[in-house]
Design a binder for this molecule. Structure first.
Ligand code: HAM
Length: 420
């Protein structure tokens, strides 16, 4: 084989694709119940869009972006996430002129040049949602509720829901100062990345996964103790709403998330089934991002689910029926080919999944093929039957068989297909 997949990328097919389709169909159904509308944004955007929103000192921007120059020398990026693109679209199409809330969802590939491992890919897929125009913690709670409802629908129950508040532009600078002076004593013990981040964006240090950094940060001051009155009330009311919704969660004051645009609520949904890459979904509020991109001051919140991680944890518990042709049209004799085409078209036009041989084969090998593709019913078209205007049908599941006219056959098949 001359060519193979790029590292960290996957082909998705066979049994796996049914699982993907099932999850996507369920996601669309539930998101549309909550009045989220689908948005499809391009995979390529100006790199600047991500540098400014995700933040220059984040892992994504520092190490993981796929960036290249186009033929005009513009700096282009493969999107590493969906939020920045949706915010760009929200402003570009003046969605803020319509009454809030505006709710969008997207399903699609994202790209991060990370070291591939279980649950971590370079091309991965997210189901994401973004809601604009609501500052109430009601929406934050509702996003978490929606996420839980969706995951439970997929039989995924053993998950941990963690929340935190990162404050806002009025209280976070105060915390930053306190954190900076706490870290000043420890900077010698931090990893190279953290030493560099410490100056520009000390909050990023809290996110570091290096064990020695984690150890040095054990007694770090916590942001929840520095929230302004409004942020405190917002966080308390979020917790009250989650309690009312019977969602069990923990407050983890060390969650800062790997992207800089968050304000107030952040949350992560984790599992023990994925090893180090334990976050199945994550999100939060980003009340300043629309304004940062040149739009009006509009609050917003959202989350994204990692599809590959979701698939990994539900592939054993979800039994999805593979999609198969319901009918197989077999024919004997090449003069019958046109008759076979007519029957195949008739069935497909009646929305009955149908397959045929497309070539001259013995009846025996056509029946073998029908069995292999999992067809429920085989129609056999033979010269003698055509003369009588009847077709033989055979039920591959229970072995019954008979003869019927085309109309009777269609009726019989449709009845069986509808009760499947
Ligand atoms: P994120 O935490 O960077 O947030 O990604 C969300 C989810 O995408 C993760 O929890 C994980 O399941 C999945 N994911 C991330 N990187 C990879 C990877 N390399 N391989 C496989 N799965 C991965 C965001 O992207 C935000 N835009 C979420 C958001 C939406 N916040 C507000 N709105």
């Amino acid at each position: 084989m001359k060519y193979s997949l790029l590292r960290g990328m996957q082909d998705i097919f066979s049994e796996q694709i049914y699982l993907w389709q099932y999850i996507e169909e369920n996601a669309r159904k539930i998101l549309e119940n909550y009045n989220f509308q689908e948005i499809r944004t391009p995979i390529l955007e100006n790199a600047e869009l991500f540098l400014r929103s995700i933040g220059e000192d984040t892992d994504i921007v520092e190490k993981e972006m796929y960036i290249f120059q186009d033929k005009k020398g513009r700096k282009i990026a493969l999107r590493p996430e969906g939020t920045a693109s949706v915010v760009r679209a929200y402003i570009q199409h003046n969605f803020f002129n319509s009454p809030p809330p505006q709710k969008f969802y997207y399903i699609g590939p994202m790209f991060r040049y990370e070291r591939p491992q279980k649950g971590r890919f370079r091309q991965f897929h997210q189901i994401g949602v973004e809601c604009f125009g609501v500052s109430s913690s009601w929406i934050d709670a509702e996003l978490i509720y929606l996420l839980k409802q969706f995951l439970e629908k997929l039989n995924i129950n053993n998950l941990t829901y963690e929340i935190n508040s990162l404050g806002c532009k009025s209280c976070r600078p105060q915390y930053r100062k306190v954190l900076f002076s706490f870290l000043t004593d420890k900077v010698g013990q931090l990893c190279i990345d953290c030493k560099r981040r410490f100056d520009k964006n000390p909050l990023r240090v809290l996110d570091c996964k290096v064990p020695s950094c984690k150890e040095s940060l054990k007694n770090t001051p916590l942001i929840v103790d520095f929230l302004c009155q409004d942020c405190k009330e917002h966080f308390i009311s979020l917790q009250r709403e989650l309690d009312e919704m019977n969602i069990s969660y923990t407050v983890n004051p060390k969650i800062v998330r790997g992207l800089d645009y968050y304000t107030r609520t952040v949350f992560e949904v984790t599992t023990t089934m994925l090893g180090a890459q334990n976050a199945v979904a994550a999100g939060g509020r980003y009340d300043d991002l629309v304004e940062l991109f040149g739009g009006p001051s509009i609050p917003a919140a959202g989350f994204a689910i990692g599809m590959e991680r979701l698939i990994e944890i539900c592939s054993n518990s979800l039994l999805i029926k593979p999609k198969k042709p319901f009918v197989y049209v077999a024919y004997t004799g090449s003069s019958i080919e046109n008759e076979a085409k007519k029957v195949v078209n008739l069935l497909r036009n009646n929305n009955i999944p149908t397959e045929t041989a497309y070539e001259k084969l013995s009846l025996k090998s056509q029946l073998r093929k029908a069995d292999r593709v999992g067809a429920n019913i085989v129609i056999i078209i033979g010269e003698d039957e055509i003369k009588k205007s009847v077709y033989i049908w055979k039920n591959m599941k229970d072995g019954s068989q008979g003869e019927a006219s085309l109309n009777e056959l269609l009726e019989l098949i449709r009845r069986k297909y509808d009760t499947e």
